[in-house]
Ligand binder design. Structure first.
Ligand code: NAG
Ligand code: NAG
Ligand code: NAG
Ligand code: NAG
Ligand code: NAG
Length: 354
């Protein structure tokens, strides 16, 4: 008797506590029950982060849903991995000659890579259109929908087309926003295979503001003569990097016909890096490789970018081949006698001819 009395009293207290808790949550949720389910917030239309296509870096204070998305994906030290995606990279209809979409390949590399599986929790997929957002949510990833008014980012953007350039600029202003919120990040294009954990290969020296991949590495990590590639970089959030990104974006209207990568190159050449006091490290293609320069060592390769390639179809075919090369290496006995070589990137080579 005594025992059951106590336990029913406990139950009553528990129920009361629960009620109070729920009431508390409701009262603090701006009378919107949606905030009870933070993971679903991003799918509601009010979560769309609108950036006026033409306004410069002084946009209105952003809503909190980006903060939520960043918090969810963040590593303890406010570092996230950001991948930007549009429909063409996620929709099977765009990978006619292959079984896989770019997103599939990107995700499969995290599965097949060494020490990369746990990193997927820290990837924030930034969807540039509705389809990309839905494909992302379906895979239960961390997804965030970025809306730029007046621009349709759904189709494939041919290299250097007008929309391609607009899309590039739109992501620059978004990334500036992320830096301003105090998050450092690895930016990765979705046509990058992650074969090893890059944090082990990036410098952990906090004085290095930006570490950026190269198409061709000239052997000197401090040489501004390296050809940068904005498809993969690690940027620490601080005043200097916020200034750099603001400067970068401010060049938008002064750089017709140039994509943001070339503008960053201009900034670098016009000694803006040094003027801002930025410390920039250029990454060795031995680790952060691509189709322009293969990594010469399978024991060291960390990422493989489908650079020097024009179309999505070609990228998908040649990345599929690269992932096959990696599998052959990974599941072999690695006794050091058989040298591993990358397949030729035949489809990407062909993608440049008319
Ligand atoms: C966050 O942690 C990772 C490894 O855990 C480290 O490589 C990286 O430099 C850290 N980021 C910052 C901004 O310190
Ligand atoms: C980081 O880099 C600075 C400048 O090159 C150097 O003085 C410092 O010793 C480095 N810190 C570490 C922990 O290596
Ligand atoms: C960076 O910003 C912080 C606060 O926003 C400020 O206190 C600090 O002086 C700034 N540092 C530089 C080098 O501008
Ligand atoms: C834009 O270009 C013009 C001419 O090349 C140059 O004089 C001007 O300083 C540039 N503006 C910015 C913000 O770089
Ligand atoms: C090493 O691997 C190669 C190719 O996979 C194989 O031909 C060779 O017999 C192996 N050698 C040893 C000692 O396992």
């Amino acid at each position: 008797m005594e025992i059951s009395k106590t336990s029913s009293l406990n139950l009553t207290i528990l129920a009361l506590l629960l009620m109070t808790g729920l009431l508390y949550i409701f009262l603090n949720s701006n009378s919107s029950p949606i905030s009870l389910f933070p993971t679903r917030i991003a799918s509601s239309s009010c979560s769309e982060h609108r950036i006026p296509a033409e306004s410069a870096s002084h946009e209105a204070p952003p809503p909190d849903d980006l903060d939520l998305a960043l918090r969810r994906a963040s590593i303890a030290n406010r570092t996230v991995i950001i991948a930007i995606m549009n429909k063409a990279y996620a929709d099977p209809a765009n990978s006619v000659d292959s079984d896989q979409t770019m997103l599939d390949l990107f995700l499969e590399s995290f599965w097949l890579g060494e020490g990369t599986r746990k990193l997927l929790d820290h990837v924030l997929i930034v969807a540039m259109d509705r389809t990309a957002y839905m494909m992302c949510s379906f895979r239960r990833l961390n997804c965030y929908r970025l809306v730029t008014e007046g621009v349709d980012f759904a189709g494939e953007k041919l290299y250097m087309s007008e929309d391609f350039i607009k899309m590039m600029w739109s992501r620059t202003i978004f990334l500036t926003d992320v830096l301003r919120r105090g998050y450092s990040f690895i930016f990765t294009d979705t046509d990058v295979l992650w074969l090893r954990n890059p944090f082990g290969r990036l410098s952990s020296n906090e004085t290095e503001d930006l570490q950026i991949s190269t198409d061709y590495f000239n052997g000197d990590p401090w040489s501004e003569a390296n050809s940068i590639n904005t498809g993969f970089y690690f940027v620490r959030s601080n005043n200097l990097t916020v200034s750099l990104f603001e400067k970068w974006y401010s060049m938008k209207d002064n750089s017709t016909g140039k994509k943001e990568q070339d503008v960053l190159l201009d900034l670098m050449r016009s000694v803006t890096f040094r003027a801002l006091g930025l410390k920039v490290r250029f990454l060795d293609t031995l680790y952060f490789s691509g189709f322009c320069s293969n990594s010469r060592d399978f024991e060291a390769v960390t990422t493989v970018h489908a650079n020097c390639c024009r179309t999505i179809v070609a990228k998908i075919l040649d990345l599929t081949a690269a992932l096959r090369d990696w599998k052959r290496y990974k599941f072999s006995n690695r006794n050091g006698t058989a040298p591993y070589v990358w397949s030729k990137h035949v489809n990407c080579l062909k993608s440049w001819s008319p």
